[in-house]
Write a protein that binds this ligand. Structure first.
Ligand code: ZN
Length: 299
């Protein structure tokens, strides 16, 4: 074998190794935190894992705290391993070191997706409330921050005057969702209005509401015990160098089978992790009239 030929082979092998490594590194690392929630986390977390892994973009770990009422001080997550943290958690405060590590992780450029009742958590943790911007329940009230909604022209209204509790929804129904930031990577290519599945429509959320970009809202009509307002349902918040998304959709396992729930969670997670979205809109994405489901994903 000539020296030149040997060199060519070594180079080819080296290149192949580098290419393989680069390919392996393309998957984003996500961790879902659960273990305490007034929602069915035992059945939603496996679906969230499936949703994220099935698009080929993520490798997913799950970090489960001890159950409600038990000591969570030993619970820990090495956030530095992850591109995005998905909160399927609505429970006890973590130990101070872990909370500090989480804030540092986001400030340094980490990603957060608060899923549904993730924004019910941690009423008395100021940094977390800054990240989610709006939350509900957990004793939140006027002191937690203003209400935020959209007027008939789609302008954001921040109401710091009105008294009242935070967090409410009427009976579940299949409401239409309005895209409010069509050029945002998470929403790009979606129809401006599409039919979500039967789900809770969160309303009267309160929080610090700083630097909020509302990506999607839905009108909560009074005949569905609604606020008579356009309620924000997906929003983004910068925190330090980090990207936070508060996605209030999909109360239970059934609502996670909706095609829009699936895509929006994938895209929220990808954007929170990277600031970009590469996951395409599927051909069967719902239009204005009927929800569309992908139950086979979970079989
Ligand atoms: Zn719920």
């Amino acid at each position: 074998m000539t020296r030149v030929f040997k060199f060519a082979i070594s180079f080819a092998v080296l290149f192949a190794c580098l290419a393989t490594t680069a390919f392996a590194q393309e998957k984003l690392r996500a961790v879902i935190i659960d273990g305490q929630n007034n929602h069915d986390w035992k059945n939603t977390t496996p679906r969230l894992v499936k949703i994220l892994e099935s698009c080929g973009r993520f490798e997913v770990d799950v970090a489960t705290t001890p159950p409600q009422g038990e000591d969570v001080s030993g619970f820990t997550v090495d956030f530095s391993k992850y591109d995005v943290v998905v909160m399927n958690y609505n429970g006890a405060r973590w130990n101070p070191e872990l909370e500090k590590a989480f804030v540092k992780y986001i400030v340094d450029g980490g990603g957060l997706v608060s899923y549904h009742a993730g924004n019910n958590a941690f009423t008395d943790w100021p940094a977390y409330n800054e990240m989610i911007a709006l939350g509900g329940w957990g004793g939140r009230n006027h002191d937690s921050g203003p209400y935020l909604y959209l007027d008939n022209d789609g302008n954001v209204v921040i109401d710091a005057v009105q008294e009242g509790p935070s967090g409410d929804h009427g009976p579940q129904w299949a409401f239409p969702i309005d895209v409010r930031a069509p050029e945002h990577p998470i929403m790009k290519g979606l129809p401006l209005r599409f039919r979500h599945c039967q789900d809770e429509l969160y309303q009267y959320q309160r929080g610090p509401a700083h630097n909020v970009t509302v990506l999607a809202s839905a009108f909560a009509p009074q005949d569905k015990r609604g606020s008579n307002r356009n309620e924000p349902l997906i929003l983004t918040v910068p925190y330090g160098k980090g990207r936070c998304v508060n996605n209030m959709l999909a109360h239970g396992p059934e609502s996670l089978t909706a095609v829009d729930s699936i895509l929006l969670l994938q895209r929220c997670a990808e954007w929170a992790a990277t600031g970009e979205v590469t996951i395409p809109v599927p051909d069967n994405f719902p239009g204005e009239d009927d929800p569309v489901f992908n139950e086979s994903l979970f079989k």
